[in-house]
Design a protein around this ligand. Sequence first.
Ligand code: C5P
Length: 220
Amino acid sequence: LAPKSLRGKKLLITAGPTFEPIDPVRGITNHSSGKMGFAIARAAAEAGAEVTLVSGPVHLPTPRGVRRIDVQSAQQMFDAVLPMAAHQHAFIASAAVADWRPAQTHEHKLKKAEGGANLGGVAPTLAMTENPDILAAVAKLPQPPYCVGFAAESEKLAEHAEAKRRRKGIPLIVANLGPATFGRDDNALLLIDEQGQRELPRADKLSLARELIAELSKRL
Ligand code: C5P
C-alpha cells in the first residue's frame, strides 16, 4: 500500500445494518455488524483520505480521524448520504440496508389483546413498503463519485454480483465469498469491475480493507 495514497480525497462510506421501526419498542433489522465498513473507513483514513462514515446501529468505536454520523433507518441513511454524495471522490456502500420497512410506524406500542389469541385476539399484519436504494441513487447523480457496492449472494456469486453492478450503474462491486460473514473478523472478497475480477483471499477484515483501498486509489 502506497503511503497516503488517498491524500486530498474525500470518501463517504455507509456501514452496519439499518433499523426500521414498527412501534416505539420494536423494529426490523439484520445481523450486519458493521465491521467491514468500519475497517474500510479506518484503512481510508490511514491512506490520508477525508472520511465520513454514515453508520446504522452498531457496537463499534469510531476509527481515528473519521467523521461519523449515526442513523437508524434506511430513509435516515439516504437523507444523510444524498446531500453529501456529490462532493465526494468515492462512495463505498457497505451497509446492509433493509430493502423494506413497515409502511406505518405506530406512535404507541402495539398491545396484545388481554389473553392473546386464546381469547380471540388477532395478531397484527405488517404492511411493508420499499426503501430507497441509496447506492443506485448516488450512482445516478449527474456527477457521481466513484461508486463501490457490496454483494452478498447465496449462489452464482460472480454472475449475480456482476448483474447487480450493471443494474446499479456502478464501476466496482465487491462480492462476499461466503460463508456468511456477519460478525466475523475475517472475510474473503471478489472484486468485479469492467476489466474483470480479482480475488482477495480470506484474511482479517482490516487487511482486506487496506487492499480494497489500494485498489480504489488506483482508480481515483
Ligand atoms: O440490492 P442489494 O441490497 O443486494 O445491493 C447491495 C448493495 O447496495 C450494497 O452496496 C448496499 O450497501 C447497497 N444498498 C443501498 N441501499 C439500499 C439497498 C442496498 O445503498 N436500499
